[in-house]
Ligand binder design. Sequence first.
Ligand SMILES: *Cc1c(COP(=O)(O)O)cnc(C)c1O
Length: 394
Amino acid sequence: MTAGTRTRTVPFARCHIVAEAHEAVERVLASGWLTTGPQTMAFEDEFAGRLAAREAVAVSSCTAAIELALRALRLPPGAPVFTPTLTFCGAVHAIVHSGLQPVLLDTDERTLTVDPATVAAAAGQVRPQAMIVQHMAGYPVGVAALADAAGLPAGRVVEDAAHGLGAMIGGRAVGADSAAACFSFYATKNLPIGEGGAITTTDAGLAGVLREMRQHGMSRDAWRRYGPGASWRYDVAVDGIKANFTDLQAAIGRAQLPHLPAWQRRRAEVAARYDRALATVPGVVLPPRPAGGGHAWHLYPVRITAPYPLSRDALAAALSSRGVGTSVHFIPVHHFSYFRALLGAQMCRQLPVADRVARQLLSLPMHPGLTDSDIDYVCDQIADLARTGGDPCA
Ligand SMILES: *Cc1c(COP(=O)(O)O)cnc(C)c1O
């Protein structure tokens, strides 16, 4: 086999739904109750239990989870909210939809997250009223140091844990001790359901408010109005949105959840195998690893730097032609025309590290279904392109 010959296809991500989920969905369909109901309540208990969190509130997406958590803070309109610029655009839309003002923070090159010094410097210019902390790629971020740096109590931090499911910090799961940690069950995330999200919180009162807010602010959801012995009456005492979770999603999630530990172990093995093979390729910077372990390995983002002979874009194209899917996490928020217009050129000029690393970042295939030979194939292509620069005659 010559290295330049396409010999296999390694997709960037693959959504695996276990066989038990198919049967569970059939049972829910046959039950006649499809929307938020007993399956959702059971999923919330089981999800919270797995993280050792006090409460979990299941919602329609992580984006909705962030919006609900921000709205529940009851901040004045236009209040500044810190967020990394190297994040998913949906998290910043959630700030805007909550009537609040995003303030973008530059990237810490060592962790690809945000460091306390950057937060403290930004807080010296604009005092934030809340902050979003994002566990980029699955790297667990310590919330307390960032909250301190921002001058905020921990209760004003909303964690975007879309990548954080399975990450550990201080011997506890990310989300276990959070005021509000937001998870995603999107098709490519570590616990795929297809769509869905959840908020874990240590505050039972907040969980109750979020359960109303996810369903138009109604004091009783449909299960409690139409269920056994229920009354049709309800009040709307809080602002709400339509962001409930369905029993169909819950049935899939309950079937998937017991497999999460094995999937997480496989993700860690994949990362370790990539690390060993790529450590010797000049110019390939490996993903940061937290000192205490506990990475969730949602993504495996390398950086392509000199002396690697190809740019990130050229490498992505060359890998694609050899059957290897890659992606970029993320295009910084301030590179999008909507956010540039919203936030102004001034803010967008102050993010030089994000501007630089955004040209270097490349996420390699990462999912529990990867075989060792898939990983070796990806690494062989990257090493081969490093030697030849992609020149087939080299
Ligand atoms: C996927 C993702 C989200 C959004 O999750 P949805 O469930 O699709 O709304 C938010 N933040 C980050 C960092 C993500 O990767």
